[in-house]
Design a protein around this ligand. Sequence first.
Ligand code: HEM
Ligand SMILES: [Cu+2]
Length: 535
Amino acid sequence: MAVDAGFMTPGNRSWVREWLFTIDHKRIGMLYLWSVLAFFTVGVFLGLIIRLELFRPGEDFVGPQAYNAIFTLHGVIMIFLVVIPSIPAAFGNIFLPLQLGAEDVAFPRLNMFSFWLYVIGGGTALVSLFTGGGAPDTGWTFYVPFSAQTTTNVSAAVAGVFILGFSSILTGLNFIVTIHRLRAPGLTWTRLTLFAWSLYATAWIQVLATPILSITVVLIVLERMLGMGIFDPARGGDPILYQHLFWIYSHPAVYIMILPAMGVISDIIPVFCRKSIFGYKTIVGSSLAIAFAGSLVWAHHMFVSGMSDTAVMVFSLLTFIVAVPSAVKVFNWLSTMYKGSIRPEPPLIYALGFIFLFAMGGITGLVLGSAGTDMHVHDTYFVVGHFHYVIFGGTGFGMFAAIHYWFPKMYGRMYDRKQATIAAVLLVIGLNGLYFPMYLLGLAGMPRRYYDYLPQFTELHQYSTYGSWITFAGLALMIYNLIRSRYRGPEAERNPWQAATLEWTLPSPPPTHNFDREPVVTHGPYDFGEVRDHD
Ligand code: HEM
Ligand SMILES: [Cu+2]
């Protein structure tokens, strides 16, 4: 059956002008979504290669230099090209204006420009692999002194990161102005969706923290080209300064990654429990608190760097404080589910996967946040386990939940719900298989970033590699189901989940100009009493 293609209807201009020069926020969001998924696929294959090399001790597939390049590339792609733009740039662009009852974002042309910067920055990072002295081998953190000395193509890679940073800043700026200026009549701040609130908190971090990364990577290039000496003790510089600068951005950046996912989860849970969210204002407050307090904890990445004991103690304490608002959110979600009439549809299954995996990562974050225990596991596989639980289990699952929640709105079709659920279960099993052994490896002393290891670590590494195959099976099933359903899925109703937010009042896919008449908002985003079941 033909589905009215809405904003996806081909126009009469060339494909390049229709899409690459589009200023429609929905099309720009779609471009981000597809690019993110393409880069994600590349990143996944690199990860699988890492796990294959680590299946046995000794050199199997790739030598040490290639191994360093592969995990560096894996990290750079996943962090800067996938996880940071995934939810805000893709789903934020598509759905923020719709949830606000707006025609577009505040600066549509700037939005197109951000996407271009994303493509150019991503391209530059990829070009760095094949030019200069070979693929960068520093890890995604580009720590000095190694990044200043290695002959590999670090300068081009960080130039890519620099450009990507501007893409992120401009998107954040656009969202802040959009949320302040373009809300429909009646859409007061306390009637905003929690997804919109999470994007608002995220946008402030993007605007305030990202410039620090830009300065830091410029300093790396100056260090390499001019031997400027800012980080070189022989010339009166300080390598610890690099770590401060890097983490002053990169810790807040983990909240750029996780807050939007939390926003998605906060939107999904009430819909599938038919209950208003428990503690709306606490969730909003905790997002803002995370954005603020999260800017004060960067040096928990540096407990063993030789900072003063006072600094170690202060940053350890602050880290514990920032864990509180995250825990508050988890309690709010669980309280919303309590005595709700739960519909176990795929978006909710992914949301539950998120809560479980994020909690596993968050709790081990506290082990890392207390300076004493961190001394033992710093730079071991324990850290790798921690951040994959929060990033893949958290942000990744948030993105998967968002895809399954909004798929019928984006494409006007429904996917196979049983397959979607099986994929989610495979992913939860796979991720635990893949990352739980890393906690044990780290506790036993296996250092991170090594391509070889002592024989006593073999068994745990093998469990982890088996887990990577289950994870891959889950991903393959999920993507297969989505791609097939995009062309063959049954036509979806306008509001298949009976949600109460504005995007669901539009046809699927929404028309180019969004709303025919400016909507007037008379109720909150989770007042399901107001929802008519059918069009
Ligand atoms: C409950 C909150 C969290 C706490 C207390 C926490 C704490 C920490 C600490 C102390 C480290 C440094 C460990 C070391 O290097 O020895 C760390 C590493 C890391 N965390 Fe978290 N974390 C939390 C949540 C998150 C979230 C939500 C994300 C991402 C979405 C994240 C991503 C990372 C990453 C990427 C690293 C590795 C950095 C590196 O390469 O060394 N963390 N975390
Ligand atoms: Cu951190």
